[in-house]
Design a protein around this ligand. Sequence first.
Ligand code: CAA
Length: 294
Amino acid sequence: MAIEKLGVVGCGLMGSGIAQTAAQAGLHVTVREVSTELIDKGFANIDKSLARLLQRGTLTAVERDAARNRLQRTTKLEDLAGCDLIIEAITEQLAAKRELFRALDQVCRPQTIYASNTSSLSITEMAVATRRPECFVGLHFFNPVPIMKLVEVIRTIATDPRVYEEVAALAGRLGKTAVRTSDRTGFVVNRLLVPYLLDAVRALEEGVAAIPDIDQAMKLGCGHPMGPLTLLDFVGLDTTYYIANIMYDEFKERRFAPPPLLKRMVTAGWNGRKSGRGFYDYSDPENPKPMALV
Ligand code: CAA
């Protein structure tokens, strides 16, 4: 079965990026959010991102319009009934995700493939909530989705190998490189990235260097596009704290334990770029200033 009709559930940062990328690649995409307000906000982000791609010459105006015409918005789950593949990108709560997939089972054909964009929750625990664990995979995209080239394609012990290959091939059609991985908490990227980010916070706590110096060291010393504290602000401190706790619960290893400073910042609501404050102050977004934290 060729995947032509895609459903995306959730139109936040990740869902809107996934929907946009798929529409640019020629797929027909229906995006579902819980309210008109949220879906409109997500589509405004898609328009902004398409405009950036047009401006940098990655996309022509004709291609932008074609992609836009392949995108439908809805607040009804039933409108996803005809989809070949549905990618879930809602809030990172296992109970909410299991509930969503159970509801999708009531409206979708038995052969519709389900995928979750979770970064750290168990794909197996979602798959067993459905009547089709063999048609269930993980598809983990990276932020910003239209730019980042990687997708982790995750199989569980119950995933049908043909379904897995079909989804891995789709990643290529989306212009991404698929990395194949199994359902182990954090998959490949977060298993390596999260301890690195947490170590950067520990280095700051221990007075090894100041915020801009830690960032410069990894940018210039290792060729990373962003230093770790800037990246934490970009990903969201709350998101990283949440992922780290899940990984710590799973592996009980110190390297995944969130440092106290990260916990205090999340408690204070200093979640990074999206909340205006994190390791940097974004009052002037073009010129972030390091915060006085330790
Ligand atoms: N849509 C369209 N275009 C975008 C975009 C978007 N959402 N975001 C950035 N761009 C474009 C910009 O327009 C810009 O284009 P030009 O080169 O033509 O100017 C280009 O991308 C670069 O952007 P900027 O100039 O704004 O800034 P930059 O050079 O620092 O690049 C970045 C931005 C691509 C985000 C880069 O800093 C980067 O790669 N950072 C690391 C991101 C990363 O590690 N992401 C993974 C996070 S982990 C995750 O997502 C998973 C998880 O589970 C937590």
